[in-house]
Design a protein around this ligand. Structure first.
Ligand SMILES: Cc1ncc(COP(=O)(O)O)c(C=O)c1O
Length: 376
């Protein structure tokens, strides 16, 4: 049997990782400024993570959600503390799309409505509701195209207020820093206006923090720069440092009932251990602060370098977009094959940096020196 061929692949076989470095099967070392698509938060193969995972695997890898799992309770408590959301409730699932799927479902259970507002260029996942709120017709199959969603320009508060005021909007879903959309940031004025409008019309405000969250922006959540509190916050990617898991932070205004949500694998023992190890390391190594400091340093250096082809550098912390005046493809290929640096991308012209949050200043400098060579 062959693989279903949906991914355009780099001809590189990565077999080993450590911190912000990975190695291929020929022993070539790479600087990883992609983090496996924003997934590696505390660095590849962190010793504390390996120790906790190995220890848990030797005890119990999985048991179902029909019995007490104290690791879930511990994780909810730790996450509540580190994020400043102690009064919220936590539901565990396995992927980002699933987190958004459950967020939209909860919103609809809450106010009985079915209409959703989402941003132009938004990406929220590939399953039924998650893909429907994703603004990319190429990946919305006819079966997912159910007319629930109105897409509006990010930061055009008036347009969003006008729709919310119709009184039939179930939820609005926003990435406060758009990832796939090209590192576009929601403004404070916009998000505060949305929060007010949602409160007035009983619309649920969902922040998708799957890519911009969990410390990447230099605050625990990107929306914390904007002084708002969403009703629902979806998290995934970096939360398990590569172990597939996701979560939904749920405001106290939602009252759970038995059977309302559910999952077989979500919040299993190994997944919770991965997430607890991530929080341990984030706290011990001050990774949120590091993401802010190194990210700002990197952006400042990139701006000051006045590099050819670079028309804009934007982002927050270690979520950085470098907009080029030409397609990124050749530059990104040269970065991988000549300079041995992985980067992400979005659209046709934006390089996207999503490194592990433990990136050092020396590694940031190394990228800038090698990027200059590629652009020269
Ligand atoms: C902002 C955002 N939301 C949702 C998702 C979907 O997450 P997953 O691929 O884990 O389903 C992604 C993945 O890239 C994302 O960046």
């Amino acid at each position: 049997m062959k693989l279903f061929d949906v991914y355009p692949l780099f001809d590189v076989n990565i077999v080993k990782g450590k911190g912000c470095r990975v190695w291929d099967d020929k022993g070539q070392e790479y600087l990883d400024l992609y983090g496996g698509h924003a997934v590696i938060s505390i660095g590849h193969c962190h010793p504390h993570y390996i120790e906790m995972m190995t220890d848990q695997l030797n005890k119990l890898g999985f048991y179902s959600n029909s019995v007490i799992n104290k690791l879930q309770v511990q994780l909810a408590e730790r996450l509540g503390k580190i994020s400043g959301y102690e009064e919220y409730q936590f539901f565990l699932i396995n992927s980002g799309a699933e987190a958004n799927e459950n967020a939209l479902k909860l919103a609809s259970f809450y106010n009985g409505r079915t209409r959703v507002l989402s941003s132009e260029k938004a990406f929220h996942g590939r399953t039924s509701l998650a893909v429907e709120v994703t603004n990319n017709p190429k990946i919305i199959a006819p079966i997912n195209d159910n007319g629930h969603v109105t897409y509006l320009p990010l930061n055009d508060l008036e347009a969003w207020e006008k729709e919310i005021a119709k009184g039939d909007v179930c939820a609005v879903i926003i990435e406060c820093i758009q990832g796939v959309g090209g590192i576009r940031m929601a403004t404070k004025e916009f998000m505060q206006g949305l929060r007010k409008a949602c409160d007035k019309y009983n619309t649920v405000l969902i922040c998708d923090e799957i890519q911009c969250g969990y410390g990447r922006s230099g605050k625990f959540f990107a929306h914390q720069y904007l002084d708002i509190k969403p009703d629902l916050i979806s998290v995934a990617k970096g939360i398990g440092n590569g172990f597939p898991m996701a979560g939904l932070l749920i405001s106290p205004k939602f009252t759970p009932t038995y059977g309302q949500l559910g999952t077989t694998f979500g919040g299993n023992h190994l997944a919770c251990t991965a997430a607890l190890a991530v929080i341990d390391v984030m706290e011990k190594e001050n990774l949120v602060k590091n993401a802010g400091e190194i990210g700002n340093y990197l952006m400042q250096q990139l701006k000051e370098a006045n590099l050819p082809h670079v028309v804009d550098v934007r982002g927050q912390g270690l979520m950085i977009g470098i907009e080029l005046d030409c397609p990124y493809k050749e530059i990104r290929n040269k970065l991988v094959f000549e300079q041995h640096i992985f980067t992400g991308c979005s659209g046709t012209n934006v390089l996207r940096l999503l490194p592990p949050l433990c990136l050092t200043k020396a590694e940031a400098d190394e990228f800038i020196a090698k990027f200059k060579k590629v652009l020269a």
